[in-house]
Ligand binder design. Structure first.
Ligand SMILES: Cc1ncc(COP(=O)(O)O)c(C=O)c1O
Length: 359
């Protein structure tokens, strides 16, 4: 099934495609370079490297930091499989740290216990549009001399104390997949950093290991095409508007559902700006609720149903790691509709059906 975007791609994006078609430059052109400049400016960082997916953004970040066989990388179990797959492809071992029961994000109080001589990096995942506690994570990383790669694939524009997701790690990976808060209208991604050397390495790794036309290291072909970069530049201009709409819809949910004791709504801790990539609730009788919503033509999803720590291929490299909080939460969470373009009427209808189900 082809994933459908929940954000609009219209005339401005058509014009962007036309611009590339008339230029005749389909790869390695100025659109990707301009997207790098414009995204870095949006993030207020110095450097960026476009790539062909969020997965590549993570994978190349790990390679740029020389993470390899024998190393350990810490991640939460509540994430998309791409986070863990990127680690496994470097030969390193993924080490899980359980999640905080309120935010569903990595529990920074449990991090330090998992750090040992082999730990090379932490990948905090800013899931659902909410940032992890980066100040705490940064101080633990600094104290133990380990790298941070932020997985900001679901957190374009999220912030804490005015600092955007992606600016506090050594590197940060974003996805531009069509369902994300901003997209290139296909698969795409970007890595950002204030470290020029690392970004230059990622640019070489994505382009067959070339620097200035010379092959200097083994590389891949993970470049972003010009048509997609041009669409991405156009769509990025709408990101703040769409994020505001997501926040307004979240307030609408909050207003209608806050007194319903059968469900727990997402939290936005003080000083954090949530951008609601997903609106994920904890619900009693989750599976029945999901069926009821489906019967009323309301789509919802469980992100993530598969427990990564229980998947066989992950257990083979990392052993079984018990994650009690994540286990409990994965049985109850449900992501209900939200998007940059949905109306409040649509959300009110969803709320009506949820209230109807529990009464
Ligand atoms: C948390 C997280 N990490 C990584 C990825 C991988 O991004 P992509 O699908 O662009 O490869 C995604 C995408 O869904 C994601 O949600």
């Amino acid at each position: 099934m082809i994933p459908r975007t929940t954000v609009d791609l219209g005339n401005e994006e058509r014009n962007a495609i036309e611009r590339v078609l008339s230029s005749g430059q389909y790869v390695k052109g100025q659109e990707a370079e301009l997207l790098e400049e414009e995204f870095a400016q949006y993030q207020q960082v110095e450097f960026a490297a476009t790539v062909n997916s969020g997965t590549s953004a993570l994978h190349l970040s790990l390679l740029a930091l020389n993470i390899k066989n024998g190393d350990e990388v810490i991640i939460p179990p509540n994430t998309f499989a791409a986070t863990v797959n990127a680690i496994i492809f470097t030969g390193a071992k993924p080490i899980f740290v359980d999640i905080n029961p309120n935010t569903f994000l990595i529990d920074s109080t449990k991090l330090e216990k998992k750090i040992n001589m082999n730990t090379k990096a932490i990948i905090p995942v800013h899931l659902y549009g909410l940032m992890c506690e980066m100040e705490k994570i940064q101080s633990i990383a600094q104290k133990n001399n380990i790298y941070i790669i932020e997985d900001a694939c679901q957190a374009h524009g999220a912030a804490c104390k005015g600092k955007k997701a992606g600016v506090q790690g050594d590197l940060a990976a974003f996805s531009f997949f069509p369902t994300k808060n901003t997209t290139v209208g296909g698969d795409g991604g970007i890595v950002i950093s204030n470290n020029e050397e690392l970004i230059l390495k990622i640019k070489a790794l994505r382009d067959h290991g070339r620097i200035n036309g010379q092959h200097v290291m083994p590389g891949l072909n993970n470049r972003l095409s010009e048509i997609l970069a041009a669409i991405g530049r156009s769509h990025l201009k709408k990101l703040d508007k769409y994020n505001q709409n997501r926040r307004d819809l979240a307030s609408c949910y909050e207003e209608k559902l806050r007194n319903l004791f059968h469900i727990e709504l997402p939290t936005e801790p003080p000083n954090f700006k949530h951008v609601y990539h997903l609106y994920t609730i904890k619900a009693e009788k989750r599976d029945e609720l999901q069926k009821y919503l489906k019967k009323n033509n309301i789509g919802s999803s469980v992100m993530y149903k598969e427990k990564l720590n229980e998947l066989n291929y992950i257990k083979e490299v990392a052993g079984y790691q018990k994650m009690p909080i994540n286990d409990e939460i994965s049985e109850k969470i449900l992501s209900i509709p939200i998007s940059g373009t949905y109306s409040k009427d649509k959300i009110r209808f969803v709320c009506e059906k949820i209230i109807e189900f529990y009464s």
